[in-house]
Design a binder for this molecule. Sequence first.
Ligand code: FAQ
Length: 343
Amino acid sequence: MYTQAMDTGPQEARQAVRSAEEAALETRFEARIDEGGFIEAKDWMPEHYRKTLLRQISQHAHSEWVGMLPEGNWVTRAPTLKRKCILLAKVQDEAGHALYLYAAAETLGSSREQMIDALHSGRAKYSSIFNYPTLSWADVGVIGWLVDGAAIMNQVPLTRCSYAPYARAMVRVCREESFHQRQGFDSLLAMMQHGSDAQRAMVQDAVDRWWWPSLMMFGPPDGESVHGAQSARWGIKRISNDDLRQKFVDACVPQAQVLGVTLPDAALKWNEARGHHDFGVIDWAEFWRVVGGHGECNRERLAARVKAWEDGAWVRDAALAHARKQAAREQAAKDQAAKEPVA
Ligand code: FAQ
């Protein structure tokens, strides 16, 4: 094959040599994936692998970024100073997660501006869960318990993702998410054990509204997951959408018992033969409606993000102007030092 290519024109010959080189690189890449190794930002990778990661990591970053809004809504209305401090720290953590993830996505060749523009123009996705409203203080606890709980279930396997910058970001994110999950559970437990009947009813109402959307966070059923099989083959996703969802349901049932809340699913019951809980049918039409931009809060969430970005333009401009001045001062000092005679 190589010799045949050499017989053709110079352009085709170059292409054939390049593709022979690429084939060798691809073989090395596949071998590294097969042995469970990691790919670093500067390593060669197939274009489809790069694009898949960029899609998933930027969506993940957008989710953390938009995910600050539903809880941020309650910072000024937290019931005690302690809960307000915890909530402020949590919302700041989510901003930090978005920043690690945008930085990881940037290693794949997209700029922060391009990603933000894709989010603001509605071209990029973010998790469906953040398009539901936070109607009461109990929603904040339930987000910690269920939403952060689902996020951890999904993200712990991502600490072993084949793309090393994403895997490393996930280690820190998961540590913080597990703290978030526990603060949510603790807040709900306080209301359930020491609260009034009205507060207990408020917790149950929040659980009723957030349970099914939390199950949707894991994505469509495996049979309809467009990217699932290829991402599993590349070691990006280590556990499938349905298997993660099942693990989440199994973990939540005993936690709900400790809290004293009822999960809103009449079909939920232990299946001895499977060693798992059976659960009811998810409303996938609702999921796709929300993903498609028609959830209760899609418009409000995007408008809030765009406004924050526009309102913050002067801060970015000031930071850039400061950096430019600093660099000019450092350069002037270096130039001056170069001019001074050596003693
Ligand atoms: N919402 O073929 P698959 C958090 C899309 S962070 C919206 O199965 P894939 C922290 C999917 O993108 C929560 N869209 O896709 C926090 C694809 O569309 P595309 C976010 C969804 O990528 C807590 C199409 O459906 N976590 O909560 C959703 O293999 C509290 C077909 O789906 C992550 O992003 C959805 N729920 O698997 C913050 C984790 N599900 O791209 C604040 C990383 C699916 O072709 C407060 N991401 N889609 O246009 C992942 O693990 C994966 O991307 C999945 C989807 C599992 C989400």
